[in-house]
Design a binder for this molecule. Structure first.
Ligand code: SAH
Ligand code: SF4
Length: 382
């Protein structure tokens, strides 16, 4: 079997080339051909010696993931479903805006965290993606969009690790993929334009700060531990105060001077004025000088088995105003690609047997299936 060169960051490719008796600058040339030019055929790489091209043909290849489907929304959003084998599929979503093009990338097939409001979480965990499978989403999206828009300019200016999976539970594959995104010989994205979104894997937040401090988004969703544990079971392991301490530590290394907190607005569960008050107290208790966090309120994207509902727009507006009035920078995320199910938490939706999955999860975490109202007015942690 030959090696897929998408599996490497530049340092990895240097090692690979050295094993072939090639110098570092050859690896750099190869890396540029692959990531900057989208080349997959070694014969295209005309400034590499013919002997090297022949050598590469014998031991390496550049292979993206098979595309199962592509959907284009009327708002310009494009969603690709990629086959990662054994019946698993992952998705990437391109979201064009006036001043940027953002690609939302998956890190795992399924997810082990099992958040109540997330359709990926309801699927359970299949497996980690490799570095090459993470990078293949960007490689394919960037170069197919360039062809579509008939441009040689960069189309994707931002990457968010907000597709399927918990990126910080796939750390060893994630970091080389991030490095290739940041590398000037790769995609050349600045650290502030690459965002890792996490449900709160505290030790890995600290490691990311050391290894590859890109922008950080933390999926908070609740300001007290009982409610957060009900929504995001990982909170049982890393409760809110540990998570916020980790955020504070991360800020010493972060490319931006704030952390983004994502907050999925669930009708009657976490969207009441008292929940906003709890959040305000929490943020103020952790306040560093100046603005140290921003809130992004995400209207819940419903899916059948969740038993949860999207907060009414008016409720979201009241919540946002309470936070803003308390000096917390707050935005409400626009939903994009609604007509193609490309919104957060709806990615690669088909659970083959939802009943079985739900029962399995219920056994694992009985707390998950408690009715949402049970926690709606919980003020214990205020
Ligand atoms: N596992 C990581 C990144 C992937 S999820 C994390 O949880 O942060 C990306 C974002 O989508 C998270 O903020 C998540 O809470 C949110 N999300 C998941 N399901 C959703 C849904 N059904 N509606 C709205 N947002 C959702
Ligand atoms: Fe996993 Fe994120 Fe979905 Fe939670 S919200 S189940 S961490 S993908």
């Amino acid at each position: 079997m030959t090696t897929n060169l998408l599996e490497f960051d530049l340092d990895g490719l240097v090692v690979f080339c050295e094993q072939l008796g090639e110098k570092r600058f050859r690896a750099t040339q190869l890396f540029r051909w692959i990531h900057q030019r989208g080349a997959h055929d070694f014969d295209q790489m005309t400034d590499l010696a013919k002997s090297l091209r022949e050598k590469l043909k014998g031991c390496a290849h550049v292979q993206a993931l098979p595309v199962l489907s592509e959907h284009r929304s009327t708002d310009g959003t494009v969603k690709w479903l990629f086959d990662v084998g054994a019946g698993n599929a992952v998705e990437a979503v391109f979201i064009p805006e006036d001043d940027r093009g953002t690609l939302c990338v998956s890190s795992q097939a399924g997810c082990a965290v099992g958040c109540r409001f997330c359709s990926t979480g309801h699927q359970g965990f299949s497996r980690n993606l490799t570095t090459g499978e993470i990078l293949a989403q960007l490689w394919f999206a960037e170069h197919s969009l360039r062809k579509r828009f008939a441009t040689t300019e960069r189309v994707i200016s931002n990457v968010v690790m907000m597709g399927m999976g918990e990126p910080l539970q796939n750390y060893s594959a994630l970091v080389p993929a991030l490095r290739a995104m940041l590398d000037d010989h790769g995609y050349g994205l600045s650290r502030r334009r690459v965002t890792v979104s996490t449900s709160g894997v505290v030790p890995m937040i600290d490691r990311l700060a050391q290894d590859c401090p890109v922008a950080l988004a933390v999926s908070l969703h609740a300001a007290n531990d009982p409610l957060r544990s009900n929504l995001v079971p990982l909170n049982l392991k890393y409760p809110i105060h540990e998570l916020l301490d980790a955020c504070n530590r991360y800020l010493e290394h972060a490319p931006r001077d704030f952390i983004t907190f994502e907050y999925c607005m669930l009708d009657g569960v976490n969207d009441q004025p008292e929940h906003a008050q709890q959040l305000i107290s929490l943020v103020h208790a952790y306040r560093r000088p100046g603005v140290w966090c921003k809130f992004n309120l995400i209207p819940f994207n419903p899916f059948p088995v969740s038993g949860l509902h999207r907060s009414a727009a008016g409720q979201v507006a009241i919540f946002a105003k309470l936070l803003s009035d308390a000096g917390i920078v707050t935005t409400v995320r626009k939903t994009r690609g609604d007509d193609i199910d490309a919104a957060c938490g709806q990615l690669a939706g088909e659970v083959q047997d939802r009943t079985r999955v739900t029962e399995r999860m219920a056994k694992r975490r009985t707390i998950m299936l408690l009715p949402a109202e049970h926690f709606a007015n919980d003020k214990k942690e205020m």
